[in-house]
Ligand binder design. Sequence first.
Ligand code: ASP
Length: 402
Amino acid sequence: MKKLLNVENLTLLAIVLGIVFGYFFKTPSLELKFIGELYLKLLKMLIIPLVVASIFVAITSLDSKEELKSIGIKAFLYYLSTTALAVSLGLVVVNIFNPGADLQIQPIETVEKIQPKELSLGDFILSFVPGNIFEALSSGAILPIIFFTILFSVASLFIQPPKRQTLYNFFDSVNDSMMVLAKWIITLTPIGVFFLIAYTVAKSGLEPILNLYGYVITVLVALFLHAFITLPAIAYFVGRFNPYSYFWKIKEAPLIAFSTASSSATLPVSIEVAQTKGGVSKKVAGFVLPLGATINMDGTALYESIAVMFIANISGVDLTLSQQITIFITATFASIGAAGIPGAGLIMMTMILDSVGLPTEYIALIITVDRFLDMFRTAINNWGDLLGAKIIDELIKRKERS
Ligand code: ASP
């Protein structure tokens, strides 16, 4: 009995009960939203100390600069290739299903919800570098924080070893304490998830999904193929392990990603389960997961390519091959730039629409189903990170053995 009542099973149960509760009891679900938010806030509280400490410890605990290079290069190759595969798969599936080609467009009224952001390549590159690290820390700007932490920890490899040890001990202790805190918060998951899901269902119901079913199904099919065919194939052929049994061990993290729609909020759980249940070493988990939660978003990239093609379809625009290639490139970068928070992918979409000259106001149409799809794409984002950590860990262990 005790075995059945673990956090993962209770979380699954909470998702189902949350949907039912949210559907039938709208007012209490809306009013009790704060309980879900409380859980999210507790998780978010850990993100910055955890990202800084885990990246610092991961880099400074590497035995050599070669090892740093090898993990770093493998991670970037993995992030980029899987994201590119995700976007390609999205484009192929959307070209087959062609959703929205016959959809009647309703007059758009809610356009002001999304403010189209001017995002040039220059701004994008500049956004990686913090002008003031304390400002970045206090505003939670995660990309510049990661950029600084990587440089800081690499620089510490060049100072005298006793001094580096002091820094290492400090961040290692921060890291360990955050993980203890994460374990405590994780036990609250079923409660938090129940209220988050109930609120989402109470707020948008199931109707919007029924109207945009062609688009929703296209996104879900492509996400499913990427999660259960493409990524596992890479794990099987490159990492040489069984991806499905690994998934079963670490499923708690994608489930939490699904319920919170936030890769960043899931990070503490991902690091914990990757190490304790997935058998990934501390240094690989500490490097690949925090970075991945921020820049590796396969689900988001895939969803964005489909959403843009869908908007092209409903506005009657036939996109050329070169425009689709532009979508391919911008969707890849947009997913790197998207924050690991709910709805971030939708904001980045204005950048892709602009790049091929499509009207941004049709975003209003897909807002209705965005939260629903966000849950799925975030789960895939998270699954991609966890699989990447395991693949890289296996590659390194294999090399050490030989
Ligand atoms: N919610 C997603 C994440 O946190 C980002 C997005 O696609 O909106 O990974």
